[in-house]
Design a protein around this ligand. Structure first.
Ligand code: SF4
Ligand code: SF4
Length: 382
């Protein structure tokens, strides 16, 4: 059976417009039965960014979605996420998401407490330690922001679920799976284990360029909804100009679903668009991430282990630190999974970031977290 993806226009974050667009989206691509069900809504709360930076899901969209869930008879509503670095309290306030959740009567839940979730079918991970709030809800909804991504090229409904891993537990997965292909396969395990019942994407203002944290806000004017998060990601990636089959983790998820007969699409032919189709909704030229890096990964994937690592290391962009912008806040040092960074005093006495090049695994967590846009990724020698 085909998966429906609703692509609906929504020009701005005005409550009346959002209410209308979201109602249309769930009319075209229906939500599951909600009557009396407790629902955990997981927006993208990457860090403590103001809404207009387009790093996080917009609070107005979260509020409209909570109104819709209530109108359809949902029971207890909870909202939460675990930012990569900043405390959840600070990120929730700064993004406006906590206030929006509480104003609509939803409980803002802390993801600090974890519970084991078994997934015996996992290819890379068979047991996850995920936010306890997941086990306490009947249904999970992923509420991503449409953005580019330095490591994975695209982030949406499936990647958003990585926030179910509490706090710095995320670093352990980067360390364990430094290769983007392996990391993506782990994400597919996680998404299949968590099994969101619906995905609703904020693509009113998306992020292009140096996502997921330092890109440019870009007006796209859409919301997307689907009970199939992979179908939604396939559609969203396609409408901004990617070939979704070239996004490694989306291709892996589709191949697995095709082999297993579900639960999601096995490829583009399995998607039905009851509203707009991606071609009709395209925002035009959108600055994407790393077609060249993707090609290098595909080439590298054909090589045996050691050669694979050498080719990928040579081809992957590296982090460079801009001394003029760096405030020596230390965030990148604390988040770097292999401990490749430190703050050291230079000859002028000023503290600056020093990198141990041999340790860097090119995970780009530093770039995701830098509040001063002081890190640039480039494919040139150190
Ligand atoms: S320096 Fe940056 S890219 Fe390199 S391992 Fe550390 S966080 Fe990852
Ligand atoms: S590079 Fe960015 S995150 Fe790292 S210390 Fe400088 S300002 Fe902070």
């Amino acid at each position: 059976m085909k998966s429906k993806v609703a692509i609906v226009r929504c020009a701005a974050y005005e409550p009346a417009l959002l209410d209308r667009s979201l109602a249309e989206a769930v009319e075209l691509a229906p939500l599951p039965e909600l009557r009396g069900a407790s629902v955990l809504v997981k927006p993208n709360l990457l860090n403590a960014s103001a809404p207009e930076r387009a790093v996080t899901t917009r609070p107005e969209l979260l509020a409209a979605f909570l109104r819709l869930l209530k109108a359809r008879g949902a029971g207890r509503l909870t909202v939460g996420d675990s930012p990569g670095f900043h405390p959840q309290e600070a990120a929730g306030r700064r993004s406006g998401l906590r206030e929006a959740a509480e104003a609509e009567g939803a409980a803002w839940v802390d993801f600090a407490e974890a519970r084991e979730l078994e997934y015996p079918e996992g290819r890379r991970v068979k047991r996850f330690s995920l936010a306890a709030a997941l086990g306490e809800a009947d249904l999970l909804v992923t509420l991503p922001k449409l953005k580019t991504h330095g490591l994975l090229r695209y982030t949406g409904a499936i990647k958003n679920l990585f926030g179910l891993v509490p706090g710095l537990g995320k670093s352990a997965y980067h360390l364990r799976f430094p290769d983007p292909g392996d990391f993506g396969a782990m994400l597919v395990d996680l998404a299949l284990a968590a099994r969101p019942a619906y995905a609703l994407m904020d693509a009113v203002i998306a992020m292009e360029g140096r996502g997921p944290n330092n890109g440019r806000p870009r007006q796209v004017g859409l919301v997307l909804g689907s009970p199939d998060p992979l179908a939604l990601d396939w559609a969203a990636a396609s409408l901004i100009g990617y070939d979704p089959a070239g996004i490694a983790y989306l291709a892996e998820a589709a191949a697995r679903c095709a082999a297993a007969g579900g639960p999601w699409i096995g490829g583009a032919a399995d998607i039905e668009y009851p509203g707009l189709a991606p071609e009709g909704a395209s925002p035009g030229r959108f600055e994407l991430v790393g077609a060249a890096a993707g090609s290098a990964d595909i080439f590298a994937a054909m090589l045996p282990g050691f050669a694979h690592r050498v080719v990928r290391n040579l081809a992957s962009p590296r982090p460079f630190f801009d001394r003029r912008r760096c405030t020596a806040c230390g965030a990148c040092v604390r988040i770097c999974p292999p401990g490749a960074l430190e703050l050291a005093a230079g000859a002028d006495g000023r503290r600056r970031v020093a990198i141990d090049r041999g340790k860097c695994i090119r995970c780009y967590c530093c770039d995701e977290i830098c509040p001063s846009d002081a890190i640039h990724l480039a494919r040139r020698p150190w």
